[in-house]
Design a protein around this ligand. Structure first.
Ligand code: NAD
Length: 256
């Protein structure tokens, strides 16, 4: 897959799945811009690893002004936007993933998760699509989750927010189907080595074994590279007739 000279925005591109995607796009020749709220030293280290002219913009995807400005800055610099990977996301308290039911979750936690995981994708789509509609081409991939397809008790805000990402993907794909713009989603299962996973697994030492033994048919967590392979394909010309698709990178969880 060739992304030589393509301009690619990645939200949450300085950590976990997003950083791996940034490295992969960059290796294929893309100019990567990551939109992130990570600390400056984390961002600087990530940019070194991504290479190839990459840079980051501090942007909270749940804030319309931040998203609008960041996308304007990219378009001002490069004059176009070829691909976007709307990937930034959090667990219920910002990093960890405590299990809270609908009757336990506070309004504050609900708002925090829904603002980033759902509204953040809406805001990014809005400003990316406005640019892509002007230029008449573009490919977008949104990070949903297996948790947005199969509701797991205790993921009170995360599950519904990720289900909304699947719905937003379908809405955007349909509204732009004749405009040269494709919009797809990935639904990863538990993925090794990301900050979100590390924090989530650290709250329960038996969680990883339980997932492998009882939840994931292939009995292993995904690697970030396995997730990113789907992102690159969906973003590429090779997927030119694919839109509104949800690809599960979950070791078979969605059929179990
Ligand atoms: P991660 O914590 O390593 O990375 C998340 C990134 O999102 C970070 O760079 C962070 O700065 C950024 N971010 C958080 N809030 C933001 C905001 N308001 N504005 C801009 N950026 C923000 O976690 P990850 O596991 O790589 O998660 C990436 C995506 O994958 C998330 O959407 C997550 O829900 C999804 N996901 C992860 C797993 C998993 O097992 N790790 C499984 C399914 C889906």
């Amino acid at each position: 897959m060739n992304f030589k000279g393509k301009v690619v925005i990645i939200t949450g591109g300085t950590s976990g799945i997003g950083k791996q995607a940034a490295i992969a796009f960059s290796k294929q020749g893309a100019k990567v811009v990551t939109l992130t709220v990570d600390r400056e030293e984390v961002c600087k280290q990530a940019i070194k690893e991504i290479g190839n002219e990459a840079f980051y913009i501090h942007c909270d995807v749940s804030k319309e002004e931040d998203v609008k400005k960041a996308i304007e800055e990219v378009v001002l610099k490069y004059g176009r936007l070829d691909c976007a990977f709307n990937n930034a996301g959090i667990g219920p308290d910002g990093v960890r993933m405590p299990y809270e039911s609908l009757t336990e979750i506070s309004e504050k936690t609900w708002d925090l998760v829904v603002d980033v995981d759902m509204k953040g994708v809406f805001l990014c789509l809005k400003y990316e699509l406005l640019q892509m509609q002007k230029q008449g081409f573009g490919a977008i991939v949104n990070t949903a989750s297996i948790g947005g397809y199969k509701m797991a008790p205790g993921f009170a805000a995360y599950g519904p927010a990720k289900a909304a990402v699947i719905a937003l993907t379908e809405m955007a794909a349909l509204e732009n189907a004749t405009l040269g713009i494709r919009v797809n989603a990935i639904c990863p299962g538990p993925t090794m080595g990301t900050e979100l996973t590390k924090n989530s697994l650290s709250t329960n030492p038996h969680e990883e074994e339980m997932l492998k033994e009882h939840v994931i048919p292939m009995k292993k967590l995904a690697t970030t590279q396995e997730v990113v392979n789907a992102v690159l394909w969906l973003s590429s010309e090779e997927a030119s007739h694919t839109t509104g698709q949800k690809i599960f990178i979950d070791g078979g969880m969605h059929i179990a």
